[in-house]
Design a protein around this ligand. Structure first.
Ligand code: LLP
Length: 430
């Protein structure tokens, strides 16, 4: 994964990040200008790239009855949420906090599904008050609590069971969610019994079947394996008098980080509908919950080289971004491309790109061929998903600012945090 790889000549993913006259730009804005004006580390997103990602789903769907609920955990900045709400997206939320965010941008509750393995009573209450489309319930204990909460409010919760189909999505163990050793969902063998229980509980209306098999999936076969199992379940439930209206086929399409060939939404949907048609089930409403594939390639992280260090075993480019700003490399051994904003001619050297945090695990990229000098701005590619949302404050490092480029304009969509922000709410002992 970390073998020496030269920086690719052109950025990965969407064409909205591109070199123009030797300067890397987001749409029509040079990234150096953003670094100069707003400082680094800085997350930069392209509005056109967000829209292009959305359109790849919309075009694939055509006139089929598919609801795309953006898996907002991937990037929950209000500007990003508002953009998807305007485009007609629904939202997949996993907490009361995420619910508050989507309501703040005026999301339609009839397009919100509530997932997550540990929903608390207050979160259920908020979601019931909002009248979200569906709760994706992950255990019998959760089902019982939801029934109690809904009944106490005189409401009915529409419910899907998140079924664990035990398929291997062929992805990183930390982002695989549909295996029987994962904490998620109800085992498929138990699902008929739990559905019967759900159907008899007060305050619960069974409306769907849900699964989520993992993230960064590049092959269609795990989806089809899961689909076959879910369709068998739906047939069995119908025979038992439980009628399912929608099928939520979760599991996130992959994006291009290096040389992956992402599965396109159109390829996935065509094959899914071929199965649904073959089984006479194409009347089911389909829900999808993409996160990464809507935002991942639409963002980059800018960082400035502070020092170059030529140690005995390695060369290090010490930059001003760190594991607290982007944890994916050290957490998943994830590969993100590194591109200079202004490439220098001349010989490259092999560098580890590392941050200032006091951990050996604080690295962003390893063994990359780069021609860099102190003060150069580097771009860490494909960081629109699971970048800023997973950022933290270790070493009392304020989190980066975020900016959205729109053609030749740019808008700061989150101010850079300050140390005062970090200390707010703390107090010393009397
Ligand atoms: N819905 C549910 C219930 C999920 O658990 C997830 C992601 C999604 C939707 C969105 O999936 P996506 O389209 O993004 O694959 N932090 C990891 C990814 C964790 C994904 C967890 N669940 C990473 O940086 O790779």
């Amino acid at each position: 994964m970390n073998a020496s790889i030269s920086a690719p000549a052109q950025p990965a993913g969407y064409p909205h990040f591109h070199y123009r006259d030797g300067a890397l730009c987001a749409e029509d804005v040079p990234l150096q200008l953003l670094a100069d004006r707003l400082g680094t580390p800085l997350y930069v997103y392209s509005r056109a790239a967000l829209r292009a990602a959305w359109e790849s789903y919309r075009d694939a769907i055509g006139d089929r009855d598919v609801l795309v609920c953006y898996g907002m955990k991937a990037n929950s900045n209000l500007a990003v949420l508002k953009e998807f709400a305007r485009l007609g997206a629904g939202f997949d939320i996993v907490s009361g906090g995420e619910l508050q965010r989507v309501l703040a941008v005026g999301a339609d509750p009839a397009r919100i599904v509530f997932s997550g393995v540990g929903k608390q009573a207050w979160e259920m209450r908020k979601a019931l008050e909002t009248d979200v489309k569906c709760f994706n319930v992950e255990s019998e204990a959760e089902l019982n609590l939801l029934s109690d909460v809904a009944t106490s409010m005189g409401r009915t919760a529409r419910v899907s069971l998140r079924v664990n189909p035990d398929v291997d999505a062929g992805t990183h163990p930390y982002i695989s969610t549909g295996l029987k050793e994962n904490k998620f969902g109800v085992a498929i063998a138990d699902a008929p019994r739990v559905y019967q229980a759900a159907a008899s509980l007060p305050g619960i209306a069974v409306t769907g079947v849900d699964c989520h098999i993992g993230s960064q999936i590049t092959d269609v076969s795990p989806y089809l394996d899961a689909l076959d199992k879910l369709l068998d379940l739906i047939d069995g439930l119908a025979a038992a008098g439980i009628h399912i209206e929608h099928l939520d086929l979760g599991g996130g399409l992959g994006i291009r980080y290096t040389d992956e060939t992402p599965l396109r939404p159109a390829a996935l949907l065509d094959q899914v509908y071929a199965r649904l048609d073959a089984r006479g089930l194409s009347h089911l409403k389909l829900i999808m919950e993409p996160g990464r594939s809507l935002v991942g390639n639409a963002g980059v992280l800018l960082t400035t080289v502070q020092f170059l260090k030529h140690a005995e075993a390695r060369n290090f480019a010490i930059v001003d971004a760190a594991m607290n700003d982007l944890i994916r490399p050290t957490l998943y051994d994830a590969w993100h491309g590194v591109l200079p904003v202004h490439p220098r001619g001349g010989a490259t050297q092999e560098y580890d790109v590392v941050g200032p945090v006091c951990e050996s695990g604080d690295w962003l990229a390893k063994q990359r061929a780069l021609a860099v000098e102190r003060g150069d701005v580097l771009t860490i590619e494909s960081t629109g998903a699971y970048g800023m949302v997973m950022a933290g404050n270790y070493n009392t490092r304020p989190r980066p600012a975020e900016v959205m480029v729109d053609g030749a304009q740019f808008h700061v969509i989150r101010q850079r945090e300050t140390v005062e922000d970090l200390m707010r709410g703390e107090s010393t002992l009397p």
